[in-house]
Design a protein around this ligand. Structure first.
Ligand code: K7E
Ligand code: CUA
Length: 676
C-alpha cells in the first residue's frame, strides 16, 4: 500500500492542511448560503444526506427506503405504503447511488433518483419538497446495485441486476447456475412524475452487472455498464470470479431497444412488482401491484447489445462530457482502459468481433480501445470529469485520487485520500457541463480522522479544490451513513423552487379538518377516527374521552398553518411507532392502540412558539364495554352535532375554543363538503 493508514500518528493525522488558504475556501460566513447542494447516498442507512458545499454542513436527511422516526416517514399511515413491496412492508434498504434528472445532458434540478440495493427498487425524490414521491420495485432482479443511471434527457433510468438469479424465479439447485441463472437490465420510464414504470427489460447472460453511465452527445442513445464474474462462478467468488483477464463492459443501444419494445419484439412476462406514489394533493401514498413486464433478448432485438472486453472485474463505467470516451475502473486492473465511442461504431460496422456470447457480439479489444492510463494506482474504481479535459479516478487500494488527461492518458497529478476512497464526485461531473471547481472523496475507512466514537467511527468525506493544476485537500467533513455515490448541483438551480408549505385549500386528504370547526371524532366498531387540528399553540380537540382498551385510534392531524418553517409535531404516550411531524397545510395520521386504562398525555414535539409547551392534551382510556361516551372538546360544526347525535354522542363546546388571538391564524373552510 502506498499510503498505509496504520502508520499515521493518532494525534496528528496525515493530510492535515490547516492553512488559512484552505480555511477561507470552505468558510461560509454565518447567514450566508453554500454554493452547492450535495446529495450524498447514505449506504446502509437507506437515506440521502443533503450537505452544503463547500462548507460540508449537513442540511437535511431525506428518508427514502428506511423508516425515519424523526419525521414519521414509514410510520405515519400516509407514508407506510411508500415502503410496500411484493415481500411486504420493508423498513430498510441499502442506498448507494444518486442520479440527478437531466435535460440535454445537464442537471436540471427537478428530481434525484436513488436505488435500493437489497430489495430492488428505484425512488424519485422531488427537489422542491426534498421528499420521496415515488418508489418502483424492479422485478426479475437479484439486487439493484447497478442503479440508477439516467439518460441525457431523463427518458430512462437504467437499473441492472447485481446477482443473476433464476428468471423467472424458480426452485432450482444453485449448481445449475450456468444453465438457469440470468441477469436483466431494466429501463425505467422516468420522465413523468407519478408514472414510473419498467418500460422494458433486456435478458442477459448470468454474470454480475454493475455500474453504468448513459452516453451523451454523439453517444446519447447508448448506455455502458460493467459486468464481472463472466466466469459464472456461484461460490467463493473472491477467487472464482477473478480468474479471467477480462470481463466486459456492455454497450447497449437503448434507442434500438425502445424501438424493439414499441414494435412488438418484446414478450410480456408475468411478474408482480409494486409501484408506490405519494399523491400530491391528499399527501396520502398509494400502492399498486403491476403484473407483467416487457422482456427483450439480444436475439429478439439484434444489434442492441455488444460486449467490450475490459480488464479485470470492472466496477465503474464513466463517460466523459463529450460522450466519446468510456472509462472503466477495474478493481484488479493495472491500467485504466478507455474505450472510444467512434471506434466502437466503426468496429460494429466492420464486424470486428472476437466471438459471440448468447447472441451478444464481443468486440475486439484493440478495435475499440482509445488508450490506457498507465500507473493509475491500485484498484481504480470510479471516474469523474472537470470539463477542462481532465479525468479524476478514485483508487481504492492505494487510497488516492489520480488526475489524468483525456486523449494523452498521462497521469498529471495524484493526491492521497483518508482513507480508501470509493466514489468521488465533482458537481456536474457526470454531465456534459461539470463545474470543475471541487471534488469530493467519499471514503470507506475513517481511522484517525475524527474524534473516536467507540467501535463505530463516523464516515469520512473530503473536499478537494480542483480549480488549479494540483488538487488541494481543503476540508474533512463527516457524513451520516456510508456514502457511496453523490451528486452536487449549483444551489441557484433549485433554491428558488422550494415549496414553503402545502396549500390547505388544496388539501384533499379524506380526513382533513381545514378549520377547527371541522375537527371531530367518530367511532366505527373498534376504530376511532380523530380529526384534529394543530395551530400555534393548541390542538383541537385536546381532550378525548370514551376510548376503550384495544380500540384502534387514528389521529388525523392537520397543521392549519400557512407559513414557512412551522411544522407541528404529535406524540402520544405508549404509541409503538414514532412521532409525526406535520408540515404546514398537510394532514398526517398516527395509529395508536391503547393497551391499558388510564389518562394518557399527548403533545406537540416541535418547539413551535412561546407556548409550545402548552400544546398538549389528554386521552382517557376506559375498559372494554365501558359506558363512558365518546367525546372530544371540539367546536360544534354544522352537521357534526347531528352526526354525533345519530351515534348517541353529545358534543361539548370548550370554553373559549376558537376565539382569542391564536385563532387569527386559522384558515377558514371554503364551504366545500369534506370528502367522505
Ligand atoms: Cu463503488 Cu455501491 Cu457505487 Cu460503493 S459502489 S464505492
Ligand atoms: Cu406545535 Cu409545538
Amino acid at each position: 500500500m502506498v499510503y498505509g493508514f496504520a502508520c499515521a500518528p493518532a494525534n496528528r493525522p496525515a493530510g492535515t492542511v490547516g492553512s488559512a488558504d484552505a480555511a477561507s475556501k470552505v468558510y461560509v460566513a454565518p447567514g450566508q448560503h453554500d454554493e452547492f447542494y450535495a446529495f450524498m447516498s447514505g449506504g446502509f442507512n437507506g437515506q440521502i444526506g443533503v450537505y452544503g458545499l463547500p462548507s460540508g454542513r449537513l442540511l437535511k436527511i431525506i428518508p427514502v427506503f428506511s423508516q425515519f422516526p424523526e419525521n414519521g416517514w414509514g410510520y405515519s399511515e400516509e407514508t407506510k405504503p411508500m415502503l410496500e413491496t411484493t415481500f411486504g412492508n420493508i423498513p430498510w434498504d441499502d442506498l448507494h447511488h444518486t442520479a440527478l434528472s437531466q435535460t440535454n445532458g445537464e442537471d436540471d434540478g427537478r428530481w434525484i433518483f436513488v436505488n435500493a440495493n437489497n430489495t430492488p427498487r428505484v425512488a424519485r425524490v422531488d427537489l422542491n419538497t426534498f421528499e420521496a414521491s415515488e418508489i418502483l420495485q424492479i422485478p426479475n432482479s437479484g439486487g439493484n446495485h447497478g442503479s440508477p443511471f439516467i439518460t441525457s434527457n431523463s427518458e430512462y433510468v437504467i437499473a441492472s441486476t447485481r446477482f443473476s438469479v433464476p428468471i423467472p424465479q424458480a426452485d432450482v439447485p444453485i449448481a445449475d447456475y450456468k444453465k438457469a441463472f440470468k441477469g436483466t437490465i431494466s429501463f425505467i420510464a422516468a420522465n413523468e412524475p407519478g408514472k414510473m414504470d419498467v418500460a422494458f427489460q433486456l435478458l442477459v447472460p448470468g454474470y454480475d452487472y454493475d455500474l453504468a453511465r448513459a452516453g451523451k452527445g454523439p453517444s446519447k442513445d447508448w448506455v455502458f455498464l460493467t459486468s464481472y464474474n463472466s466466469e459464472q462462478a456461484y461460490e467463493k467468488l473472491e477467487i472464482n470470479a477473478s480468474k479471467a483477464d477480462k470481463d466486459f463492459i456492455a454497450a447497449i443501444n437503448w434507442k434500438r431497444l425502445e424501438t424493439c419494445a414499441k414494435t412488438g419484439k418484446a414478450e410480456n412476462w408475468p411478474v408482480d412488482y409494486v409501484h408506490n406514489v405519494m399523491d400530491e394533493f391528499s399527501r396520502v401514498a398509494r400502492s399498486e401491484t403491476k403484473k407483467s413486464v416487457k422482456m427483450l433478448t439480444p436475439q429478439s432485438c439484434p444489434n442492441s447489445i455488444f460486449f467490450l472486453p475490459t480488464p479485470k472485474s470492472p466496477h465503474g463505467a464513466d463517460v466523459d462530457p463529450s460522450g466519446e470516451y468510456i472509462v472503466a475502473g477495474g478493481k484488479l486492473a493495472t491500467v485504466i482502459p478507455v474505450h472510444s465511442f467512434t471506434k466502437l461504431q466503426q468496429a460494429i460496422k466492420d464486424q470486428a468481433f472476437e466471438t459471440e456470447i448468447s447472441g451478444i457480439p464481443v468486440l475486439k479489444y484493440d478495435a475499440i480501445l482509445a488508450g490506457e492510463v498507465k500507473d493509475p494506482g491500485l484498484g481504480p474504481l470510479h471516474t469523474e470529469f472537470d470539463g477542462k479535459g481532465y479525468a479524476y479516478t478514485s483508487v481504492f487500494i492505494s487510497s488516492e485520487i489520480v488526475k489524468w488527461k483525456l486523449g494523452t492518458w498521462e497521469v498529471v497529478d495524484r493526491t492521497p485520500t483518508y482513507y480508501s476512497v470509493g466514489h468521488l464526485m465533482i458537481p456536474g461531473g457526470a454531465t456534459t457541463k461539470p463545474s470543475g471547481k471541487y471534488a469530493v472523496a467519499l471514503n470507506k475507512i475513517t481511522k484517525d480522522r475524527y474524534l473516536p466514537t467507540g467501535p463505530e467511527l463516523t464516515q469520512s468525506a473530503q473536499l478537494y479544490d480542483i480549480s488549479g493544476e494540483k488538487m488541494k485537500l481543503i476540508l474533512d467533513f463527516p457524513t451520516t451513513g456510508e456514502p457511496h455515490y453523490a451528486n452536487a448541483i449549483l444551489a441557484s438551480k433549485i433554491e428558488k423552487q422550494q415549496k414553503k408549505y402545502y396549500s390547505l385549500a388544496e388539501n384533499r386528504h379524506p380526513q382533513v379538518a381545514k378549520a377547527e370547526r371541522d375537527a371531530g371524532i367518530e367511532r366505527t366498531g373498534k376504530v376511532i377516527h380523530v380529526r384534529m387540528t394543530a395551530i400555534r399553540s393548541h390542538f383541537a380537540p385536546d381532550n378525548i374521552e370514551g376510548v376503550q382498551v384495544g380500540d384502534t385510534v387514528l389521529f388525523h392531524i392537520t397543521n392549519l398553518e400557512q407559513d414557512w418553517d412551522i411544522p407541528h409535531g404529535f406524540a402520544i404516550q405508549g404509541a409503538i411507532n414514532s412521532e409525526l411531524l406535520i408540515m404546514p397545510g398537510e394532514t398526517r395520521t398516527l395509529k395508536w392502540i391503547p393497551r391499558s386504562i388510564g389518562v394518557f398525555p399527548m403533545y406537540c414535539t416541535d418547539f413551535c412558539s412561546a407556548l409550545h409547551q402548552e400544546m398538549q392534551g389528554y386521552v382517557r382510556v376506559s375498559p372494554v364495554g365501558s359506558s363512558v361516551p365518546l367525546t372530544a372538546n371540539t367546536l360544534k360544526a354544522k352537521g357534526q352535532v347531528a352526526r354525533a347525535a345519530q351515534r348517541g354522542i353529545t358534543l361539548p363546546t370548550p370554553p373559549g375554543a376558537g376565539t382569542g388571538p391564536v385563532d387569527a391564524h386559522a384558515v377558514h373552510t371554503t364551504g366545500a363538503p369534506r370528502p367522505r
